[in-house]
Design a protein around this ligand. Structure first.
Ligand code: A2P
Length: 266
């Protein structure tokens, strides 16, 4: 394909990649895939900095890579903020458009930051599902944990579709299907529209309904690890709860029982 000339010089240590596909889920959420630079190395669950080549000093924002580390493209799951410095423009991208990406991936939501256990719980709201879309498609997740329970809470049902389709596709995937079969449970909840499961995950944990609905044992640091991704308030509220149960925060240098990362907003 012929790359169009860019109107502004490319900043140092930035890749110029190309949009491959875009899918809009609601007026607030969309996903897109871009070409992957050959030299980019990342661990499933990490984030990169994304921008558009529309200014001398482009705005960059953190985006969790939603595709797994083995994928030849990169996938992202994004909010659209009408007056957001990046997303107001990013939501207009089309296949073939250029995208900027800083040449470094980083982040705390990686399996190496957790010690081994029977189950891993991935707790998300909104676009906080993105790093789990990556981890759910990585065989390493299934090598480390027997069972994966992923929760996704959004305002409305349409916002849950990305996660629901992703989990459904895993079982059919020729590579991941054999690892994931019978081992992944998705618990989708809404807070502002009627759906089969309603309420914030924090309230559903407090009441015990989360465990009853799935017919599973309660969270226990002896058996479980937890990964959390969502808004600042959600992180604080979920973190408080798992810490009260005795979970200790981990990092790659000191693996522990749970890890936390703020989902991109703005
Ligand atoms: P709610 O509708 O009660 O605010 P948003 O789209 O605003 O980022 O929110 C995504 C989802 O996260 C919504 O369903 C929202 O519920 C939920 N949420 C917001 N704050 C918290 C919190 N502190 N703990 C748990 N869930 C939260």
């Amino acid at each position: 394909t012929d790359a169009r000339p860019l109107a502004f010089p490319v900043p140092a240590n930035v890749y110029v990649e190309t949009v491959v596909s875009v899918r809009h889920y609601t007026d607030r959420l969309f996903s897109f895939r871009i070409t992957r630079p050959q030299s980019l190395r990342f661990r499933s669950g990490e984030f990169v900095m994304i921008g558009l080549p529309n200014a001398e000093k482009p705005v960059f924002r953190a985006y969790s890579v939603a595709s797994p580390a083995w994928d030849e493209e990169l996938e992202f799951f994004s909010i659209k903020v009408p007056d957001g410095p990046l997303t107001s423009e990013l939501q207009k991208i089309q296949p073939g458009d250029p995208i900027l990406m800083r040449q470094k991936a980083t982040g705390t939501l990686v399996v190496d930051a957790l010690t081994p256990a029977k189950r891993v719980f991935m707790i998300s709201t909104g676009t906080g599902f993105a790093p789990f879309a990556s981890l759910l498609r990585d065989p390493e997740t299934y090598e480390k944990f027997e069972q994966v329970v992923v929760t996704h809470t959004c305002r409305d049902r349409d916002e849950l579709v990305y996660g629901q389709e992703l989990v459904a596709s895993i079982v059919e995937d020729p590579l991941i299907g054999e690892f994931a079969a019978g081992r992944v449970t998705l618990y989708s909840t809404t807070t502002r529209e009627t759906s089969p499961h309603m309420g914030r995950i924090t309230a559903l944990m407090d009441s015990g309904k989360f465990y009853e609905d799935l017919g599973i044992e309660k969270l226990d640091p002896a058996n479980d690890r937890v990964m959390i991704c969502g808004s600042m308030h959600m992180l604080k509220d979920v973190k408080e709860r798992v810490e009260a149960l005795g979970f200790r925060e981990g990092s790659v240098s000191h693996p522990g029982d749970f890890v936390v990362e703020r989902a991109f907003v703005g």
